[in-house]
Design a protein around this ligand. Structure first.
Ligand SMILES: O=C(O)CCC(=O)C(=O)O
Ligand SMILES: [Fe+2]
Length: 202
């Protein structure tokens, strides 16, 4: 594996590995996950109205973990073995004991994710998020939350790439995956996270 390209604009720390997974392996993995993941298209409520989210997703990890997102609470499903082996590669690389992953399936360029930060309290302070792309290259953009003079950052994330967001990135920056109508192929994205387990003994 080549060393990453590192980007450190004010308040962010991003490491980009263009070729984290070999192309043939990445392609096979995409096909396996497309077939074997229990993808769901949930509804969220925004300003009193219900919307189908513009992508499909799944949440996996250690038993008992939950991911809270808008009005949704997803309980962790058991690791898919191929997802678990990616986790096992990322733990020593990032020095983070990732215990969960959010999987997103963008069926075509019409599927997308709006501006947000991954700053839920259960991720703790300065969470490290490791993001793997399989399938179509889509544009991933970041913008500073407060300092509008900071230029936007754009990454074209290719199949098999890894982008690590670390440091204060989630406090000072938002990110999004805009729709790209000219793309008709699927992209699958896996964002590995460490969720602080709730102490159930209390
Ligand atoms: O699909 C992507 O690259 C971004 C996913 C993301 O931001 C998230 O899951 O929080
Ligand atoms: Fe995110």
């Amino acid at each position: 594996m080549n060393s990453p390209e590192v980007f450190t604009p004010p308040g962010a720390h991003l490491s980009f590995y263009a070729d984290f997974i070999f192309p043939e392996h990445a392609k096979r993995l995409q096909e396996t996950l497309r077939r074997e993941i229990a993808w769901r298209q949930d509804r969220i409520f925004l300003f009193g109205k219900s919307h189908l989210i513009p992508r499909r997703q799944a949440f996996q990890g250690e038993t008992g973990l939950h991911y809270q997102y808008s009005n949704l609470q997803l309980a962790a499903e058991p690791w898919h073995p191929d997802v678990k082996s990616l986790r096992d590669q990322l733990v020593p690389l990032c020095h983070v004991p990732f215990n969960s992953v959010l999987l997103n399936q963008y069926r075509t360029g019409g599927d997308k994710m709006g501006w947000h930060s991954d700053d839920e309290p259960e991720l703790g302070k300065n969470p490290v998020i490791a993001s793997i792309t399989l399938g179509a290259t889509r544009r991933f953009v970041l913008k500073h939350r407060y300092d509008k003079s900071q230029p936007k950052l754009t990454f074209d994330l290719p199949c098999g790439s890894l982008l690590i967001m670390a440091g204060q990135t989630q406090h000072y920056w938002q990110h999004a995956l805009p729709e790209t109508r000219r793309i008709h192929e699927e992209r699958i994205n896996l964002t590995f996270r460490y969720i602080i387990p709730k102490d159930t003994s209390l």
